[in-house]
Ligand binder design. Structure first.
Ligand code: XMP
Length: 511
């Protein structure tokens, strides 16, 4: 992107994406690259500043990741965070100590010398997470702050504009961390360009127009936030040359497809091709209970139906996809075998199969930024804040066989659950909440009658990115109301349980 920017070199920290997000939140554009980015490529990117991320290694470890050698002589301001600080020291003749006290959690930062990086911070609370620490200063550097356990907690070479901090300014618990990143970006790197949702929309509309020219574009609308915001942005860019196709899989939430159609009719003057695929999906899933097989059948059926639907737009040359930045950041070898979650490329292979070129306007955005773009474009707040929903839909929330009666049970239970969470004002505190239908029946008693009906699981988790998650401490009175309503209103469910497993060791979905 042709805008002033900061490049973050990733040394494998679990916080690297948070650094990029925090820098963008202060209105400065930032991109992440692997630690071994070449000097030539870095100079081509023309950044105004570089941040060296933290990482799990010790600088002395065999195969410890290092950046290219001349990085400190380019005249580009550098901020090293944690492992980044230790690299600055190690590569500039300082000493890193492995035996010093480890420090995890809150620490109190004491500023020793007025400096541009820590200028104007009001809170001294910083977040530490390190085993090694600096023993002696690198040549040309001075200490600017310390904590009780880290005599060298922040350093500078003011002349060369190279700074290092042992703590993590990017995490929430470093109270004035954003101010520190802002000082670096605005006052040390002198970045004046503003990265904002409005500027993104403006430049992206022009880019899309240049890229596709007079060609027509097809967009698969799943009903999720990403594809919906994408469709609205594309429509704003190329108007009627955009053709949206929505496939109702029959495995969506209650009245989902209808709500989506209403949303577009009421808020945007766009026509959408609605394909009712429920019969195809259900007949192909008949008798299938294995989760991965369910996913494969759904992926294939989706492609088949989409191809048929797209035939009427035979002038189309492009397929639009809502790929996000976390999907395209190159993974770094220092992370070791990277943590792989289930592969979710629901429509993978479509562009090649259909001979279409791919357009992915959100490749540089985080999810929160897509939401902000949606708001700016007039997508209603309730929609923009919706929880993520998996491509295979309720098929992976109905354990065992998928038959219309069980879809109906789950759709209604899920709708009650979500309605009550919204009523209790809890919806926005939760990353994902949904009901799951188990393939077992249990005994109950209603009135004088014995019942033998299905069990419904309620799941609610908090998370930042779906990679790790914690179960949400749902208030008992809310659970009680939901349980009563589900059992009273839905004949076929006589037991409701709440899932208290975090991820890991569990996954968010049950299949
Ligand atoms: P898990 O269950 O792997 O879920 O902890 C992590 C996140 O991914 C979503 N998910 C999927 N999304 N296709 C999707 O589009 C899938 O097959 C799929 N499986 C899980 C899940 O809802 C959660 O947000």
């Amino acid at each position: 992107m042709n805008i002033q920017k900061i490049i973050i070199l990733d040394f494998g920290s679990q916080y690297t994406q948070i650094i990029a997000r925090k820098v963008r939140e202060i209105g400065v554009y930032a991109e992440i690259y692997p630690f071994n980015l070449s000097k030539e490529k870095l100079l081509q990117l023309n950044p105004q500043g570089i941040i060296l991320s933290g990482g799990p290694n010790s600088v002395y470890a065999e195969n410890a990741p290092h950046p290219f050698a001349q990085i400190f002589n380019l005249g580009i301001p550098i901020l090293g965070i944690c492992y980044g600080l230790q690299l600055i020291a190690y590569l500039n003749n300082g000493e890193v100590d492995k035996s010093a006290a480890r420090e995890y959690g809150r620490a109190n930062l004491i500023i020793d010398k007025s400096n541009k990086l820590l200028d104007g911070i009001n809170s001294n609370q910083v977040w530490m997470s390190h085993g090694d620490s600096l023993k002696t200063l690198p040549i040309g550097f001075e200490v600017i702050a310390h904590t009780q356990n880290s005599p060298i907690a922040a350093i500078q070479n003011a002349e060369k504009k190279i700074f290092g901090v042992q703590f993590h300014p990017e995490v929430h618990h470093t109270t004035d961390g954003k101010k520190i990143l802002k000082n670096f970006a605005r006052n040390i790197c002198n970045i004046s360009d503003n990265w904002s949702t409005e500027s993104f929309i403006e430049t992206t509309i022009k880019q899309i127009q240049n890229q596709v020219g007079n060609d027509e574009v097809i967009c698969a609308l799943s009903g999720g936030v990403d594809s919906t915001v994408l469709a609205v942005l594309l429509h704003k860019s190329i108007g009627d040359k955009l053709h949206c196709i929505h496939i109702d899989t029959g495995l969506m939430r209650l009245n989902e497809s209808q709500k989506l159609m209403d949303l577009f009719r009421q808020n945007f003057n766009m026509s959408i091709e609605l394909i009712d695929g429920s019969e195809t999906f259900l007949s192909r899933l008949n008798g299938i209970t294995d989760p991965e097989q369910k996913r494969k059948i759904i992926g294939k059926s989706f492609i088949d139906l989409f191809e048929i639907g797209a035939k009427q737009f035979n002038n189309a040359k492009w397929l639009a996809q809502g790929t996000l930045y976390p999907d395209v950041i190159e993974s770094v070898s220092v992370k070791g075998p990277s943590v792989v979650i289930k592969s979710h490329h629901n429509v993978g292979g479509l562009p090649e199969k259909m001979g279409l070129k791919l357009i992915e306007p959100f490749r540089e955005l985080f999810k929160d930024e897509v939401r902000a773009v949606g708001r700016e474009l007039g997508v209603p707040e309730w929609f923009v804040r919706r929880h993520p929903f998996p491509g295979p839909g309720l098929a992976i929330r109905i354990l065992g066989e998928i038959i219309p009666e069980r879809i109906d049970l789950l759709q209604r239970a899920d709708a009650i659950y979500i309605e009550e969470i919204r009523n209790a004002g809890l919806y926005d505190q939760i990353w994902q909440a949904f009901a799951v239908l188990l393939p077992i029946q249990s005994v109950g008693v209603m009135g004088d009658e014995r019942t033998y009906e299905s069990t419904c699981v309620l799941r609610a988790v908090t998370s930042v990115d779906g990679m790790t998650a914690d179960w949400f401490p749902m208030p008992p009175e809310v659970l009680s109301k939901i349980s009563n309503r589900i059992i009273n209103e839905i004949r076929g469910i006589n037991r409701v349980v709440y899932d208290i497993t975090s991820k890991p060791p569990g996954t968010i979905e049950w299949e």
